[in-house]
Design a protein around this ligand. Structure first.
Ligand code: 6GU
Length: 227
């Protein structure tokens, strides 16, 4: 069982992704639990304040250390966590190897940033991993957290119906996935590679590997080992 505790000031942004499709099925099967925590509930004053001006001035608010510390400490008092992940554009760029490693963990806290981010002391005191999902800026960490959780959850054994299918994804062996075809065998004169209709499984596997290598060489040569 993998448990995610996601700390956010916009929980409604995350209601959707986890109540549909594969992510919902994983929870229904008891393989995953996702708990959303509204940072507002941990505000330290009656105004529900969770952000404040940055010392030294400048535009943008900073998420305060106290509410986040309170929320994380309450969670850590209930169980031990294998990772406290802060979603931030200045974190390590997410890749398949990182998702694979994180999929082996049991209890994961994901902290979503907003505004100018969180007080640096949160990062120094509580955070074990800082992850970005790419070199562009989102308005908050919520969508990035959904991306990270999806990439982890879908490779947990038993989550996908056909267990081999996560293994044949693009990136799983640093190769892009080969092209796929389904019926009809002819669509408006556009056919399907003959080999796929042959029933010769070893030949099909060989063809798929060649196609994967060719696609990777053309589109993402950076993924291939240097010659
Ligand atoms: Cl994790 N957060 C935000 N706000 N923007 C991002 C990101 C994360 N990853 C890429 N852009």
């Amino acid at each position: 069982m993998t448990r995610f505790d996601i700390i956010t000031c916009q929980p409604s942004l995350l209601d959707g992704p986890f109540s549909h499709s594969i992510l919902k099925r994983a929870q229904d099967k008891g393989l995953v639990e996702v708990h959303l925590h509204d940072l507002r509930a941990y505000a330290i004053n009656k105004h529900g304040q969770i952000d404040d001006y940055a010392f030294g001035g400048g535009a943008g608010m900073v998420l305060m250390v106290e509410p986040i510390a309170k929320c994380i400490r309450e969670l850590q008092a209930q169980r031990s966590y294998d990772a406290v992940i802060y979603m931030t554009p200045d974190g390590q760029t997410l890749n398949q190897a990182t998702s694979n490693r994180l999929s082996l963990l049991e209890n994961i806290i994901i902290l979503c940033g907003h505004y100018k981010g969180v007080d640096q002391r949160v990062r120094d005191m509580f955070v074990t991993h800082e992850i970005s999902i790419g070199d562009y800026v989102l308005s908050g960490g919520e969508l990035a957290a959904a991306v990270l959780a999806d990439s982890i959850i879908r490779i947990i054994p038993g989550v996908l119906n056909d267990e081999s299918s996560a293994l044949s994804d693009s990136f799983q062996d640093n190769l892009l996935a080969p092209p796929v075809y389904s019926r009809p065998a002819d669509f408006e004169g556009h056919g399907v590679p003959e080999i796929l209709l042959s029933g010769n499984t070893p030949k099909v596997e060989e063809w798929r590997f060649e196609q994967a290598v060719q696609r990777t060489r053309e589109r993402r040569p950076d993924l291939l080992p240097e010659e």
